[in-house]
Design a protein around this ligand. Sequence first.
Ligand SMILES: Cc1ncc(COP(=O)(O)O)c(C=O)c1O
Length: 441
Amino acid sequence: MNTRDTLKINEKGHLEIGGADCTTLAKQFGTPLYVFDEAYIRRMMRIYQDTIDREYGGNGLVLYASKAFSCEAIYAIAKQEKIGVDVVSGGELYTAMQAGFPAEKITMHGNNKLPREISYALDCGVGTIVLDEYSEADLLDAEAGKRGMIQNVLIRVNPGVEAHTHAYVQTATPDSKFGFSTQSGAAAEFTKYVLGKCNLRLMGYHCHIGSQIFEKQSFVLAVQKNIAFMAEMKKSLGFETRVLNMGGGFGIWYTDEDAKISVEGYREYLQALLEAVRAGCAAQGLSLPFINIEPGRSIVGEAGITLYTVGAIKEIPGIRKYLAIDGGMFDNPRYALYQSKYTAVLANRACDAPTEIVALAGKCCESGDLIGTQFNLPKANLGDIVAVLSTGAYNYSMASNYNRNFIPAAVLVKDGKAEYIVKPQTYEDLVRNDVIPARLK
Ligand SMILES: Cc1ncc(COP(=O)(O)O)c(C=O)c1O
């Protein structure tokens, strides 16, 4: 199990998260259910900002990457913790605004921001917009001009760092839909272009090299490459970078194949990154930029678990045993997408020793609807509560109503007490936007 005091086994042999007994949560709120430990989320937000404050003179801001888990409550927590957020769509921005999040602390991303998203971001007064295309720079410049505004922007660059992670979550390899290559001359060309826009104020650069990365060296290398590029831009265009946003990507524990980084361990990742910024800028004679980082997974991933009930058990002799749960790819599509691995526990019998390897099958009409095939569990019975761990990131935010299943509710636990942060869906929710044209009636 993870190591951060989020999860415990209590005297009844039940799994606890944030001091709440998971079997009680399952009874009270039903399953499937996403459960988040508020203390863990806050601790992770703080460790990053505290590192910037202590080690970099406070000259930077953590932006929680809200794509990992977006709902009003998470923006409310980020607001209380006085950090910023990044958003990647009009929908995430709207959710943040509904939560009263300060727009000036929002950075907006997207490799194809829609005209309506650009207008909405300007109307909200979003602090920074990260540009990823020429047409977007044209549109943003025109829209900012219409409003008599000058919008702060960053350019998304691709420093060409291959982080050791799944191909689908690598974002800074030569073949990527994101960013402008610093090596090919594309980023330099685009810098010149953006500097020519009257209503855009270029503040610097953004990169995000991928997700679920454990090697500090990948981040250090990305910093070094960015700084070399920043020096080149200063020399060739006289452009001095004021903001460097290094994206997210810090890895988390899903199974014992992953490193277990302590909360303090994440501080060390950021220290290494900040040290590389300081050393690189000193070597190149650059002033230190304001730093942003955008951790998502490492803030909410291990803070969350999903509870399910075992509803059917099917053993195919000599092949596999399936435990069918009341969730599936509609609440966690990550196995279907990336063959992601997870750890599961029987929450009502957490002390029982594992005896068999089983697959957790979802209830969708897809053979590939699995949460995984290699869960080491005690022999399960119908009605047992399965807790899948480290599901706080990219589960709820990637969920769908496939097969018209409900996206599960989410609760936030603090000091053993749970409250809804996302209410359960109803059948009415599923048909809310459906229309039967008159000719079909
Ligand atoms: C631009 C950007 N920033 C931050 C993140 C967050 O990454 P992670 O959740 O791995 O920290 C992502 C993830 O895809 C991203 O694309």
